[in-house]
Structures are given as structure tokens and as C-alpha cells.
Write a protein that binds this ligand. Structure first.
Ligand code: GUN
Length: 281
């Protein structure tokens, strides 16, 4: 079994991006900039944002974090986004989710200029991705896609099963696999026989947030299995895939942690650089 090393793949991607930033700097005399808006004091969000800032600095991006208390008014956030939209030194804007209840998530996402939407959550980018046009691609599915391509460069005709239909992961993952000519099945909580669907798959991407849902006897011998789950349990952090069981069956599997997670942040840096490059044309 191939243990897919997301940490290593992310470090390789960051090294490539660092070189690219240096080239862009010498060509344009400026570097791409990423601005993250962090609202409230949720610990996981703070940790994510700190990691994003650290990685951005490491590859040479200009990075800024704007922090607001939980009580901030929606209007203040929307005005800040407008300001960042017209700031030429800002290539990418990310508003860390989740947001406090009094702030309308969709309003915030739609306020971001689609050309600076490094999350790929704006309806314009969602539509462009599903139409096969150039767009920002949500970072986690993009990271999963790059890991799958490392194992299997030609995905044409493969049967892929995506477990979970979220806007963040399942739906964009489906679009990326479709673009690669996979036959894709999206499954979810109302799917009749999830095990039977998974048993058909050459590629399984599990992104439902149910600890160790995908079992060893759900997986074909030569399947590639990507685990997007990060679930807190009494036994520590586990994924959506039963690692010990599936590792005995699958051809390749991502661990949790150390699989998809590190790739997500590296892809955010990639998206920021791509937004910058498109803005220079
Ligand atoms: N919170 C958890 N994951 C994400 C993400 O990919 N983007 C944003 N903006 N917030 C998140």
C-alpha cells in the first residue's frame, strides 16, 4: 500500500511556489498578497489562520491578517472587503469560516471580487468550475486532486465515488474528477447502499465528517482512497476512513493527519499566486 504523504507533497508544492514568487517578483517588481479576515476567537480558526500566514510568508507572499471581535457588525466586514477589492497590493482575500451567526456567510462570500476569491466559493467561480472555465478552485478539493494525480496521472474512465456533497468539498471535487473524464458518483446521507457504491470505485474521496465511516470491506483492492475528514473523537483525531482496515485493502491511502490537510494550505498559496498572475495580464 502506498501511504500518500501530504506533508511531503505540500512541501514540494511550496518549494515550487517559492521559486515562482521569486520569478514574479523580478518580472513585476511586486509579490502576490494574501489578506485573511479572522472574526472571533475560535481556536481552530486561529490555528488555521496562523498556519496560513506562516506558509504565505515562507513562500515569499505579502501576507496580512485582519482580526475582528465576535461582535463585529456585518457592515464593517463588508466595507473592509470592498476596500480590499480595490487595493492593488491584495491579490487574494479569504474570510475564515465559520462566521458568527449574525453575519450572513453568503453575503460575505459574494462581496469578495471573484478575481480575488482564493477560496473559490464565489458563485461566479463555482459556475466557472462547473462549466469547465478557468476559476479559483476550493483549496481542499484541489489538494485532493493533486494527490490523486500523483498516484494516477491518467484518470480517464476511472470510476470515482465522492462521499459527501458539501459546497466546500464534495461538489467541487466532483467537478475536478469529471474534468479528468472520471465517471463520478456523489453519495450522501440519503444514499441507499453506500458500501455497494464504494465497492465499485477506483477512487474514493471521503468528505462527510463521520469518523471512520469507510471500512476495509467497502474498498476494492486497487482503489485510491483520499480522506478529507478531521474528526475529534475520544481516541484523538480520526478521518472519515477507517485507516487500519482500509490500509490493508487499498492501493493508496492518505493518513489523517498528514494527508490532505497540509495540501489545503499549499493550494491556498497556489490560488493566491494564480489570482496575481491573472491580474497582471
Ligand atoms: N474554514 C475551514 N476551512 C476553510 C476554508 O477552506 N476556507 C475558509 N475561508 N474557511 C475555512
Amino acid at each position: 500500500m502506498i501511504l500518500i504523504d501530504g506533508k511531503k507533497a505540500a512541501a514540494e508544492l511550496r518549494a515550487e511556489l517559492k521559486e515562482e514568487v521569486a520569478e514574479l517578483k523580478s518580472k513585476h517588481n511586486k509579490v502576490p498578497g494574501l489578506t485573511v479576515i479572522l472574526i472571533g476567537d475560535l481556536t481552530p480558526s486561529q490555528i488555521y489562520v496562523r498556519n496560513k500566514e506562516k506558509s504565505a510568508n515562507e513562500v515569499g507572499l505579502k501576507s496580512e491578517v485582519i482580526k475582528y471581535p465576535d461582535s463585529v457588525e456585518e457592515k464593517t466586514v463588508l466595507e473592509k472587503i470592498q476596500e480590499l477589492n480595490s487595493d492593488e497590493t491584495v491579490s487574494g482575500i479569504l474570510v475564515q469560516l465559520p462566521l458568527p451567526k449574525h453575519i450572513d456567510k453568503q453575503k460575505v462570500i459574494e462581496a469578495i471580487d471573484p478575481s480575488k476569491d482564493v477560496d473559490g466559493f464565489h458563485p461566479m467561480n463555482v459556475g466557472n468550475l462547473s462549466s469547465g472555465y478557468e476559476s479559483s478552485i476550493p483549496c481542499t478539493p484541489l489538494g485532493c486532486y493533486l494527490l490523486i494525480k500523483k498516484i494516477e496521472p491518467n484518470l480517464s474512465g476511472k470510476k470515482a465515488v465522492v462521499v459527501g456533497r458539501s459546497n466546500l468539498n464534495g461538489k467541487p471535487m466532483t467537478q475536478l474528477l469529471l474534468k479528468e473524464n472520471c465517471t463520478v458518483t456523489i453519495t450522501h446521507s440519503k444514499t441507499k447502499d453506500l458500501k455497494a457504491e464504494c465497492l465499485e470505485a477506483d477512487i474514493i474521496v471521503a468528505a462527510v465528517g463521520i469518523p471512520e465511516l469507510v471500512r476495509g470491506d467497502w474498498v476494492k483492492r486497487d482503489a485510491i482512497v483520499i480522506d478529507v475528514g478531521i474528526n475529534k473523537t475520544d481516541n484523538g483525531i480520526v478521518g472519515d476512513v477507517h485507516f487500519d482496515e482500509v490500509s490493508k485493502n487499498a492501493k493508496a491511502l492518505t493518513p489523517v493527519p498528514g494527508g490532505v490537510g497540509p495540501m489545503t494550505i499549499a493550494c491556498l498559496l497556489k490560488n493566491t499566486i494564480d489570482c496575481f498572475k491573472r491580474s497582471q495580464i
